[in-house]
Design a protein around this ligand. Structure first.
Ligand SMILES: Cc1cc2nc3c(=O)[nH]c(=O)nc-3n(C[C@H](O)[C@H](O)[C@H](O)COP(=O)(O)O)c2cc1C
Length: 182
């Protein structure tokens, strides 16, 4: 099984990247069998801000096509959303908008787990709720979602793992839903 994983942010020191890295470690340690993980960095997909005029003049940029193709090549997708002012980061939204011009069902019916985290008590729950609720329109087969609140209290930077046992159990259960069924 091929898993495409990314944090929906362009921060180099991203908290959501740390969450994705922890999920990858759990999977590689045996949480799910036979998984190859490709982790992408949204900085590698930076494009001009979407505009209908740019699209009409130059079409959909190659980077958006590459992003869309990576989803197509994967068997499942793992996303951890950073929350900016209650919503997607501009970095993610721009890639998402461009990719949606190829096909609105950007996620191509792939099993998807959606996560979020932030230093605040909501853990990015607003952006996560929005992504989960709208996922049906964009081809996300959302298997599980989980917001990790108060990142610095619940995540141990030294070990790169969730330190709160209850949250850790929820996290492992959410990631495990990516395992192929049947
Ligand atoms: C412009 C901006 C808006 C933000 N808005 C929110 C917010 O609405 N909710 C929240 O929990 N954190 C908010 N934050 C804090 C982010 O959660 C924090 O920067 C976090 O590290 C972002 O995730 P990342 O490190 O994976 O990029 C905001 C940060 C910035 C720079």
């Amino acid at each position: 099984m091929k898993l495409l994983a990314f944090a929906a942010t362009n921060s180099r020191e991203s908290l959501n990247k740390k969450l994705i890295a922890y999920a990858g470690k759990l999977i590689n340690d045996g949480l799910i069998d036979d998984v190859t993980i490709e982790t992408i960095d949204l900085n590698d997909f930076e494009m001009p801000i979407y505009s209908i005029d740019r699209q009409n003049e130059s079409g959909v940029p190659q980077l958006a096509q590459d992003f869309f193709a990576k989803i197509g090549d994967a068997d499942a997708v793992l996303i951890s959303f950073a929350e900016h002012n209650g919503s997607y980061t501009a970095a993610y939204k721009n890639i998402f908008d461009w990719a949606s011009r190829i096909d609105m069902r950007v996620y191509q019916d792939k099993p998807t787990v959606m996560l979020s985290t932030s230093p605040g008590g909501g853990g990015g729950g607003n952006v996560l709720q929005g992504a989960v609720a709208s996922g049906v329109f964009f081809g996300n087969d959302v298997r599980a979602n989980l917001a990790i609140p108060s990142f610095f209290e619940n995540f141990d930077a030294d070990s790169g793992s969730i330190s709160n046992p209850e949250l850790d159990a929820e996290f492992r259960a959410a990631i495990a839903t990516l395992a192929p069924t049947g």
